[in-house]
Design a protein around this ligand. Structure first.
Ligand SMILES: O=C(O)CCC(=O)C(=O)O
Ligand SMILES: [Fe+2]
Length: 396
C-alpha cells in the first residue's frame, strides 16, 4: 500500500511512538515515515532511518560557494540595456540569478516565511495531516520527500503544495488553504500575489531579450496573467546524519520561471555550467530572491535559456524553510518552441510540444528526478527523417 494511505488511515496522526522502546525501530516503520520528516524528528531519532540513506555516489559530497548573477528589477523596468543583457546572459549561461529591488515587500517575504515556519513547527501534526493526499494532482497537499509514492530513497523534506490554476482567481482558491495558523491564508495570498507581479515583469523582459516583441509578446503576457502558479512551501528539519541524504534530489522545475524565497539557512545547490559536474552552494544576497529558468522556458526558448539541475542539502543543526513559486501558462496550454526561435536548418526545433497533463502523467509513472521529463521532450535527429526522444541524463 502507498505510504501516504497508511499514514492517513492510521488514525494516529498526532501520536508519538506508542509502545515502542526503540526510536529507530519505530522510525523505520512505514507509518512513521509517511507522516513526514518533521514528525519523525519528534520521535527523537538519533540515526538516519535507512529509507533516507542514499547510495554513496548520490550523497552530497563536496560543493563550493558561488554568487549568482544579480539582476536589478528597477533597471530592467527602465529597459536599461545592461540590465536586459544581464538577465539574458544569466538565463542562457546559468539558468539561475538573484533579483534585487524586486518589489516584493520585505514584510511580505518575512510574513510568508514566518507563517510557513509556524505551519511546520508549531501546529499539532493532526492539523497538517488533514491535508495529506497521495494524489499528485490535488490542489492543496501536505506531503513529504520528493515524489513520495515513487521515490526509492526518500528525501529529508516535508512540503505544503498550493496550486493556483488561474492566477486571476487567487481569491477563489484561498478558502481551500489550511486555516491554521490563522494568518496562513492572508500571508500566503499576499506573497503569491507579489510573486505573480514579479513573474510577469520578468517574463516581459525575458521575452524582449529573446526578441519576441509586438502583438505576440502582448498575447503571451496576457496568457501569463491567467497562468498557473504552484507554491511549494518546503521544510527541511535539522537532520541527524546530513551527509547521507538530501532535502531534494537533483531536479529541474517544470514551469517558465521559479521564484525562490528562503530563510537565512543555506541549502540550495546548483549544478555548475562548466560541465565539470560540480555543485555550487548558492549564497543569496540578503533581501534578494533567487529565480531560475524552468523546463517550459527552456522548451519555449528552443534551448536558448537553460533549465538547470539543482538540489537541496540539509544540515545537522538548523531547520530550513523555503518557498518556491513556480509559474507557467494555464495547465491546458501546450508549450511549444517559439516560432521566432526556430530557424531550420541553422537552429532546428529542439523539443516536442508538451503540456501539464503530459508532465503529471510522467510524474505519476516516474521519480521525476534529474532532467528526465525535459529530456523525454528533446528531439534527437539521427537522420533528417527520424525524430526520437533523447534518453534522460543528468548533465544539465
Ligand atoms: O529550497 C530550495 O532552495 C529549493 C526548492 C526547490 O528547488 C523546489 O521547491 O523546487
Ligand atoms: Fe526546484
Amino acid at each position: 500500500m502507498a505510504i501516504l494511505d497508511v499514514a492517513v488511515d492510521s488514525g494516529k496522526a498526532d501520536g508519538k511512538m506508542g509502545g515502542s522502546s526503540s526510536s529507530e525501530v519505530a522510525a523505520d516503520s512505514e507509518q512513521q515515515i509517511g507522516l513526514g520528516v518533521r514528525h519523525l524528528c519528534d520521535s527523537g531519532i538519533t540515526r538516519l532511518p535507512s529509507r533516507y540513506v542514499l547510495p554513496p555516489v548520490e550523497r552530497p559530497g563536496k560543493s563550493r560557494s558561488a554568487l549568482l548573477p544579480v539582476v536589478d528589477l528597477i533597471g530592467l523596468r527602465a529597459r536599461a540595456p545592461c540590465e536586459l543583457a544581464a538577465l539574458d546572459a544569466a538565463c542562457r549561461d546559468y539558468g539561475f540569478f538573484q533579483v534585487v529591488n524586486h518589489g516584493v515587500g520585505a514584510d511580505v517575504g518575512r510574513g510568508m516565511l514566518d507563517v510557513a515556519r509556524r505551519f511546520f513547527f508549531d501546529l499539532p501534526q493532526a492539523e497538517r495531516a488533514r491535508y495529506m493526499s497521495g494524489d499528485i494532482r490535488a490542489a492543496v497537499r501536505f506531503g513529504t520527500s520528493f515524489n513520495q509514492l515513487k521515490d526509492g530513497v526518500l528525501s529529508w523534506r516535508d512540503f505544503l503544495k498550493l496550486l493556483i490554476s488561474d492566477s486571476r482567481r487567487l481569491a477563489d482558491v484561498v478558502p481551500s488553504w489550511p486555516s491554521a495558523p490563522v494568518d496562513l491564508r492572508e500571508a500566503t495570498a499576499s506573497y503569491a500575489r507579489a510573486c505573480q507581479r514579479l513573474f510577469r515583469e520578468l517574463m516581459d523582459a525575458a521575452l524582449e531579450a529573446l526578441g519576441i516583441v509586438g502583438r505576440r509578446r502582448d498575447e503571451l503576457l496576457e496568457e501569463c496573467e491567467g497562468g498557473s502558479q504552484m507554491m511549494m512551501v518546503n521544510c527541511f528539519p535539522a537532520c541527524p546524519e546530513p551527509d547521507l541524504t538530501l532535502g531534494m534530489p537533483p531536479h529541474s522545475d517544470y514551469g517558465f520561471l521559479t521564484i525562490l524565497l528562503q530563510d537565512e539557512v543555506n541549502g540550495l545547490e546548483v549544478m555548475s555550467s562548466q560541465g565539470d559536474g560540480e555543485w555550487l552552494v548558492v549564497e543569496p544576497q540578503p533581501g534578494a530572491l533567487v529565480v531560475n529558468v524552468g523546463d517550459h522556458l527552456e522548451i519555449f526558448s528552443n534551448g536558448s535559456y537553460r533549465s538547470v539541475l539543482h538540489r537541496v542539502r540539509v544540515n545537522g543543526r538548523r531547520a530550513r524553510v523555503s518557498v518556491a513559486s513556480l509559474h507557467s501558462l494555464a495547465a491546458e496550454r501546450v508549450i511549444t518552441p517559439a516560432a521566432e526561435l526556430v530557424n531550420e536548418p541553422d537552429k532546428p526545433r529542439q523539443y516536442m510540444d508538451t503540456d501539464m497533463a503530459t508532465f503529471l502523467a510522467y510524474l505519476a509513472s516516474a521519480e521525476g528526478k534529474y532532467k528526465s521529463f525535459l529530456h523525454s521532450r528533446r528531439i534527437v535527429r539521427r537522420n533528417p527523417s527520424s525524430t526520437v526522444p533523447l534518453e534522460s541524463d543528468n548533465t544539465r
